[in-house]
Design a protein around this ligand. Structure first.
Ligand SMILES: C[S@@+](CC[C@H](N)C(=O)[O-])C[C@H]1O[C@@H](n2cnc3c(N)ncnc32)[C@H](O)[C@@H]1O
Length: 277
């Protein structure tokens, strides 16, 4: 049947198809547990959180639900600005790092729940919050269901970030290794689906133009390896050569990387009332 109207496009189905065909796969809780420490170290130094919070503008009296909170990239700075923060994540390792950091910073208004997107949140005592965020954590099988769920648990505002193009995956690294990169669906599906759900969204872009610095080429290599599943020896050698080609050495033995690719995230926010009207 020819498409005649914008409403004939099934954005959730398109999203599911692109999700199934992409060249990388969603990580499970075990994978995220393994990555938790290095992810926490790296994102602790990024400009990402400051930019996200500047766009978010939360009110001091608000409660915040952070879905896929990770090690507290946003929950920790947010806890100092709002009444209370509830964090959901299926990686217990991420939540342990978050709780340790909260203790060290004497933040007593964060509660964590080791839950997945698909679990029964209400059954575990999660109630609607003033603000709901899902930062870089929309790794779900059914996007429409996830967006409806965010709306259901939000009173004043929902804000998510979603990949633009390949997001954090560096296309030049894939080309160097010799693997195809099909990054899967990005933010444009989310924005269109929201529009169809009656939720016109505000969109901003967070460009991570920062220069990453590593103690050694080995450290940079292990940082880049997460993009690929099971690199063999030849692929690892090719990735190392690529990193060498974009590295600048410093006197103390450390290196900085200067890839052409700028990881970019779309910051998408909307009022949760939309799909309830
Ligand atoms: C890229 S990290 C983002 C962490 C943090 N929100 C940030 O922006 O730095 C993705 C997080 O989502 C969590 N996650 C991924 N899939 C999930 C799922 N199905 N249910 C719950 N958490 C999930 C992971 O454990 C991880 O902590």
């Amino acid at each position: 049947m020819p498409l005649r109207r914008y409403q004939d496009i099934n954005w959730n189905l398109l999203w599911q198809q692109a999700h199934a065909e992409r060249s990388w796969h969603s990580k499970g809780a075990t994978d995220w547990n393994e990555r938790a420490a290095s992810f926490a170290r790296r994102t602790g130094q990024s400009v990402y959180a400051d930019t996200f919070l500047a766009l978010l503008k939360p009110e001091p009296a608000w409660s915040v639900l952070d879905v896929g909170s990770g090690p507290g990239t946003l929950a920790l700075p947010l806890a100092a600005q709002v009444r209370a923060v509830t964090c959901i994540d299926f990686s217990t390792k991420m939540l342990h790092i978050l709780a340790d950091r909260a203790r060290q910073s004497r933040l007593a208004n964060i509660t964590t729940f080791p839950l997945s997107w698909d679990d029964d949140w209400r059954g575990h005592g999660i109630v609607p919050h003033d603000l709901v965020i899902a930062s870089r954590s929309l790794a779900v099988a059914d996007l429409a269901a996830a967006l409806r769920r965010l709306n259901e648990f939000a009173v004043h505002k929902v804000a998510v970030t979603d990949r633009v193009g390949s997001g954090p995956h560096d296309p030049d690294a894939f080309a160097a290794v010799g693997r195809p990169l099909d990054p899967g669906p990005d933010y444009i599906y989310t924005v269109n689906l929201l529009y169809q759900m009656g939720c016109p969204a505000t969109i901003d872009f967070i460009r991570l133009e920062e220069t990453a610095r590593y103690r050694s080429l080995d450290e940079a290599l292990s940082r880049y390896q997460w993009m690929f599943q099971d690199l063999d020896e030849h692929e690892s050698t090719r990735l190392r050569e690529y990193l060498r080609s974009i590295a600048a050495s410093h006197g103390d033995g450390s290196i900085s990387l200067h890839p052409r690719h700028v990881p970019t995230w779309a910051y998408i926010s909307w009022h949760p009332d939309c799909s309830r009207r």
